[in-house]
Design a binder for this molecule. Sequence first.
Ligand SMILES: Cc1cc2nc3c(=O)[nH]c(=O)nc-3n(C[C@H](O)[C@H](O)[C@H](O)COP(=O)(O)OP(=O)(O)OC[C@H]3O[C@@H](n4cnc5c(N)ncnc54)[C@H](O)[C@@H]3O)c2cc1C
Length: 414
Amino acid sequence: MKRYSAFAIAREALRGHKGWERAWASPEPRATYDVVIIGAGGHGLATAYYLGKNHGVKNVAILEKGWLGGGNTGRNTTIIRSNYLQDASAAIYEKSRSLYETLSQDLNYNVMFSPRGVMMLAQTEHEVRGYRRTAHANALQGVSTEFIGPQRVKELCPIICLDGPRYPVLGALWQPRGGTARHDAVAWGYARACSDMGMHVIQKCEVTGVRTEGGKVTGVTTTKGDIGCGKLGIVVAGHSGVVADMAGFRLPVESVALQALVSEPIKPCMDVVVMANTVHGYMSQSDKGEMVIGGGADGYNNYNQRGSFHHIEETVRALVETFPMISRLKMLRQWGGIVDMTGDRSPILSKTPVEGVFLNCGWGTGGFKAIPGSGWAMAELMAKGASPLAAEFGLERFREGRFIDESVAAGVAH
Ligand SMILES: Cc1cc2nc3c(=O)[nH]c(=O)nc-3n(C[C@H](O)[C@H](O)[C@H](O)COP(=O)(O)OP(=O)(O)OC[C@H]3O[C@@H](n4cnc5c(N)ncnc54)[C@H](O)[C@@H]3O)c2cc1C
């Protein structure tokens, strides 16, 4: 594969852009692979990438029922941060955030990581106490965050109204090296790098069954025929319960639609990411100028991958109090994705009751930020049978009552 560079851009500009190669191949599946990953979202692709890069496992296929990155990875609002409360969470999210810092160089693909800073507003006394506690925990974990007062909030984000009638801004948990990245580019960059290592990214290939023999995985049944494998990774986010059912076990996960919307593009007015968890909305400005607004999850389990009007109304009504200027914006698009929620709001990176089948799910409303770290840990787990970053996130914690409670840091927000 030719590397992307400033020189290549200049050369192609001079010859009418006729020399670019396809970013990734679209092969037909082989009869068997060492490893099959179900799901070409960010987590599935990153798992495959680090299997090849860190462990030399390259006979890998990533099977995707739609198009790569077409699930939650291509539908999310791209907030990246690592200010979680529990040690195990801070470790994997901070690993991920730090990998994002150099991901463009690593993949030779511009993922547009923008460490513009993320603030989580404290709008009740309860949140002030909670975020101060998180800032102290983060200091012990080596994650750089601080609790800032309202005046600093206003300096960092002048369009905020500090003294809203119901929920005045009392401060914020501020992570200066949090930010955003371009969601499609993350999926495309990993896919290109996987394809370059000789891995097969196979789109429009839905897995419809998991084949086992004597309690061990032997392969999968797909809409493109049977495919054998030595190890299988289930990395399908909101559809984890469906695929686990094919393998014969149940998961402690619920699937719900989570929604977001964007406004018409406007001039730059906000260069940080703001999350307002009490009023239940969050916002950043995209490079195109659109205000990217995240809302809530549906209050019932479902597989409806689309938006609904009452969410626009609820989210915008809530945000207008803190950002009065958005009352004059036209909204452009809305959409939904199916997220996989665990009871403790922490992910599952685990072996399963079927030998050779591994599971990566439960990232819920906040897994975009975790893509590089999760892929790193999942690859290690699949290659070596254990990973320090994944150790606390096994399925057995739900049986043993060892929850990793991140309901404050994750909740339904991001
Ligand atoms: C509206 C919204 C906003 C969000 N905002 C943020 C945010 O700001 N920050 C953040 O960190 N996270 C956010 N998230 C969460 C984040 O998007 C997800 O946690 C993350 O993208 C999950 O990635 P994934 O690779 O596990 O799943 P996905 O990207 O959903 O990939 C799974 C893939 O599996 C495929 N698949 C499913 N079943 C099969 C099958 N049987 N055979 C083959 N393929 C199959 C699907 O088609 C899909 O492409 C948001 C999510 C949504 C919906």
